[in-house]
Design a binder for this molecule. Sequence first.
Ligand code: ATP
Length: 938
Amino acid sequence: MATSKLPILALPHPLILLPASRFTMPVSKEIGETLLTLIEESDALPIVAAIPITNPPSEPVLPVLSEWGTAARVLRLVKPPARNPRQPYLVSLHGLTRVRLINLSTKKVNLEDLQQVHMRDVEYPPTEQVPSREAAQKFKQSALRLLDRLAKDSLQQSRKDGYNKIANMLDDITDARTPWMADVLIGSVNGEYNDKLAILGTPDSEARLQLATEIFIKQASISEVSKKIATAVDESLSKQQKEFFLRQQLAAIQRELNVLQRSSGSLSSNGTPNDASSGGSSELDDDEQAEADDMAELRRKIEAMEAGSEERKMGVREWRRLKRIPAGSVENGVIRSYLEWLTSVPWPNSTPLPLPSTADSSGSPQLTQLPDLKDRSFLTTARAQLDADHFGLEKIKKRLIEYLAVVRLKELNAEKEAAEERQRIEAEAKAKVDTAAKPGLVEQPAKPSKEVVLYDKSQAPLPAKSIHVRKKGVKGPILLFVGPPGTGKTSLGQSIAKALGRPFQRISLGGVRDEAEIRGHRRTYVASGPGLIVQALRKAGRSDPVLLLDEIDKIGQSNFHGDPGAALLEVLDPEQNHAFNDHYINVPIDLSQVLFICTANSLETISAPLLDRCEIIQLSGYTYDEKMHIARRFLLPKQLTANGLEPSHVTITEPALLRVATRYTQEAGVRSLERSIGAVVRYKAVEWAEHLDLVKQGDPAARKECLSVVEEHELEKILGIARWDGEEREREERRGVVYGLVVMGQGEGGILPVETIALPGTGKLKLTGSLGDVIKESGELALSWVKMYAYDLCITNSRSDDALKVPEPIDIHLHLPAGAQKKDGPSAGVTMVCAFVSLLTGACVPTNVAMTGEITLRGRVTPVGGIKEKVLGAHRAQVTKVILPWANRKDVEHDVAPEIRNEMEFVFVRTVREALEAAFGKGVLGWRRDALLLESRL
Ligand SMILES: Nc1ncnc2c1ncn2[C@@H]1O[C@H](COP(=O)(O)OP(=O)(O)OP(=O)(O)O)[C@@H](O)[C@H]1O
């Protein structure tokens, strides 16, 4: 074996340089300078023996040099700026061949020696033999397998390509080159340190190939197995399972710690038993008990669900999941709250749970006693209920009684059908039990569906009550109460519920923009929950409540949060609502037993399909007379009770009440009136309380009687200055100003002036006051009509003259006040004509006159809507003469109360000319003679 002397370069652990490999490493100043001297002294690049240190620096023993190392060529030595001052040089080495250290008494070296480069004797192994064919083949196979695995596992394409390239090379190399290839591959793949060291220490080519083969097989297997494990773990260990696993461990650790604490702390330092570990019960145990009770309650509720029903299946599934997931985890909380919701929905045919002994009265819904629907007096009672709650509204009450009668009949039929079905099933079950020859379990149909219930023959037959037959829904019409605020829509709904003995729940839809508010959020959504319908059902506690969908006209339009109106369609459609799908509950809910009643202030914003499903019941405003009755019989007693006073404590005189109704409120309904009466009652309540205090203290001032009567003159002191006091006096007669009749956005009728003025200009018309297209067109139409008849009305002296250009060119500005409110519709046509005529002729329309009606170009007056509201509004505004289209006569006769008809003058007109005459008075406008002929021809 050839020997020589080579400078030894110790490679710090875990560096190894194998033959045919290259690397660069940092070296100390001393080593760097020595290598520099070597480079300077030798002609070619110097050779060093790179010997690895086999033990890590952390071990408290001296570094041990490996017996084998690699003779390496120093390719480069650089001293880059800004390097670690302890290792300022970088040396690049290229491994050439194996060398073995000889004549070394001990392989342990001092740390100082490591900072030096010493010359040592080394020997070179003999020339390598060509390995056997078999060893070479095995090596190639194992190397190819490993390279294939590495290529598959690497994420970077460039790496993949690199591995594939080496694999191709491997195919082509001769057997003699395989030992060299083994060194190359072991040096370049990320293997274990000891494997590399073993390869370095195996100079025999055959043995080295075998060793490399084993290493490659081992590496490929590890890689494959870890890949498999990673995939398996990823697939099977879902997040919850990982969490479960970790929590189990945590619990186990906690248990061990507790045991340790108990054993060390069971006796305190003075030898007495430690309180904390004495095993006595603490409030923490109460928590655990409460938790166990809650779970038991949940379980009971699931068990009470109808066997075989969708809700029960879902409940059981989620219950099982809940059991698998550790308490305290997020997922556990989510499932728990879902189950609480699921079990609190009043599913039909659930076995009623026994009421808890300490029932919370505030939380449970207030159920009125269920009236016997078979009772002959049901309708009489219902009528009495409606009368007791509401004054007037005769037509509406009549319709509601019809509605209640239909509901009653349908309910009776549904009950009868359900009873027959139950009997049939009972009989079938009995027959099956009698004929069944085989003992044991027999399949028994529980209901006509495909579901079967396992039934044990040895036990008694099912009691009739436990046979669940779903009662058919009562598909009555859906009522839609439309009318101005405070006219009793909501309270009528409440009365219906009382009359039917069903729980009542109100769902306010005003401002609902998101479909999910009705249908609920899916459970994947953070903080998800059920929608308004399910929430109301839960509060009602029964599957057949009366649900009042309040303000359906205020529901948001379709937007990127979905279409809440469309969700309502499903709720209200009797064909679909037996399987309403709340996204959160995710089990079809049968809403067919629910009676839906909707309310709205106006029909304009309600979608046609929604309207189509409802029967509209119009409620209009009340007359002052009705308001007085309502106030005396309903509102005042209600407010007295609400404020803890007796009826004898407050007496509001008739003139005072009328003043409150007329001067302090001006609304279609009675809500503000109720509020004002409430304010009066509260004022009196304070007086009474003070009086009682004085009496208690024996104060002589208390002898002065506490006056219970509220007089008209006291109102200003109590309610402040009246808002509508003398409003009609402010309506002065003015040229170009005429009062029209309108229905506001909330469905309230009233009067609105049409104001016009003439300005120097070029004959143009300017329209302002938030006007829509239709009302603008009406304005232009009215002006065209006036221009056409300007000559006949003596506004111009020739038919060819333009009324806005002769004698002076003018512009007309027409304005409708209350500019913030959007106005539209054709019904102001007549009013606008009168306003233009008044402006151009100088004649005025009296302020006690108001009008409505659409006009055509030919001068006809056509009918308009909202007559009842408009007339009531005019009455409230103390208008005494109303001009209406001829075709609206029947509306006045049918809808307007006789006392109003008696108090007001109604003029029904067919043409604009008739309207002008009615507005200005007979003969006020000077018509030319020939105009009369033309008018009659039209
Ligand atoms: N005809 C009536 N008889 C007795 N009380 C009435 C009558 N109409 C309305 N009320 C009372 O007026 C108050 C307001 O009525 P309610 O809340 O039903 O109005 P609403 O029409 O639903 O209003 P909104 O459109 O603003 O919801 C209630 O206290 C109600 O009892």
